[in-house]
Design a binder for this molecule. Structure first.
Ligand SMILES: [Zn+2]
Length: 203
C-alpha cells in the first residue's frame, strides 16, 4: 500500500505489513527531529460550539429518558420525557447545527534544524473522510496551532502508519479516481513520536 502522496517527499524507512505501511519523517534538510503542533479551538470558537454541545447533552440526559422521531420531511426530532411514560409530559430539544470548525483537526511538524513546517494530517483533506466527505466551506477556516508540549522540550522523531483496506484496483473500480487520490484516502492513520530515550508514544 502506498505512502500518502502529500507525505512522499519527507517519508523514509518504509516498511509494510498487511494493509499497513509505516515510515518515518525526514525534513528536506535531512534532519529527523521535529516539534509537533496541533490545531485547537480558541475561546470564542469554543463559545460558538457551546449551544450545540449543551443541546446534545440535554437531549441525552435532560429527562427521564429520551427518544428521536423522524417527521414526513425526514427531519429528526429529539425528545426528552419527564416521567417514565411516553404519554407523559415531554419536550423537544432542538440541536443547533454543529459549527464547521468544531471537527477540524490539523497536525503539523516543524523541523528542529531549519524550521520548515509540514502538515502531516488535515481532517479536511486527507484520509477517506477528508478526501470524499469534507465540506468545501471547511477549507476556508484557518486553524490556530499550539505546540504539543513535552516535559523535556526536546524535538522528537515521527513515525507514521497508514492503513488502506482496499487495493488500488478495487478503489479505482469504485471511484475512478487516480493513484494519488487513492494514496491520500487512507482508512486509518496512527502518528507516533520517538524521543531521545527511544520511548515511542502515540500522538
Ligand atoms: Zn529541516
Amino acid at each position: 500500500m502506498p505512502i500518502p502522496d502529500y507525505l512522499k517527499e519527507i517519508a523514509y524507512d518504509e516498511t509494510r505489513k498487511d494493509d499497513f505501511t509505516s515510515f518515518r519523517l525526514k525534513c528536506k534538510c535531512c534532519c529527523t527531529h521535529f516539534h509537533v503542533y496541533e490545531s485547537y479551538l480558541n475561546n470564542s470558537e469554543k463559545e460558538l460550539c457551546k449551544p450545540y454541545y449543551d443541546a446534545l447533552e440535554r437531549s441525552v440526559t435532560g429527562g427521564y429518558f429520551s427518544s428521536s422521531t423522524q417527521d414526513e420531511n425526514g427531519m429528526i426530532h429529539h425528545w426528552i420525557y419527564f416521567t417514565h411514560s411516553r404519554n407523559g409530559p415531554k419536550e423537544e430539544v432542538v440541536i443547533p447545527p454543529k459549527p464547521l470548525f468544531a471537527c477540524i483537526m490539523v497536525i503539523k511538524v516543524k523541523c528542529s534544524e531549519c524550521g520548515n513546517e509540514y502538515v502531516i494530517y488535515d481532517s479536511r483533506l486527507y484520509g477517506n473522510n477528508g478526501v470524499f466527505c469534507s465540506n468545501p466551506a471547511e477549507k476556508e477556516y484557518e486553524p490556530h496551532f499550539k505546540l504539543k508540549k513535552r516535559r523535556d522540550g526536546l524535538p522528537v522523531e515521527i513515525c507514521i502508519s497508514v492503513e488502506h483496506t482496499e487495493s488500488y484496483e478495487e478503489f479505482q473500480k469504485a471511484t475512478s479516481y487516480d493513484f494519488i487520490t487513492f494514496s491520500n484516502a487512507f482508512t486509518w492513520m496512527v502518528i507516533y513520536s520517538n524521543d531521545s530515550k527511544n520511548k515511542k508514544r502515540k500522538l
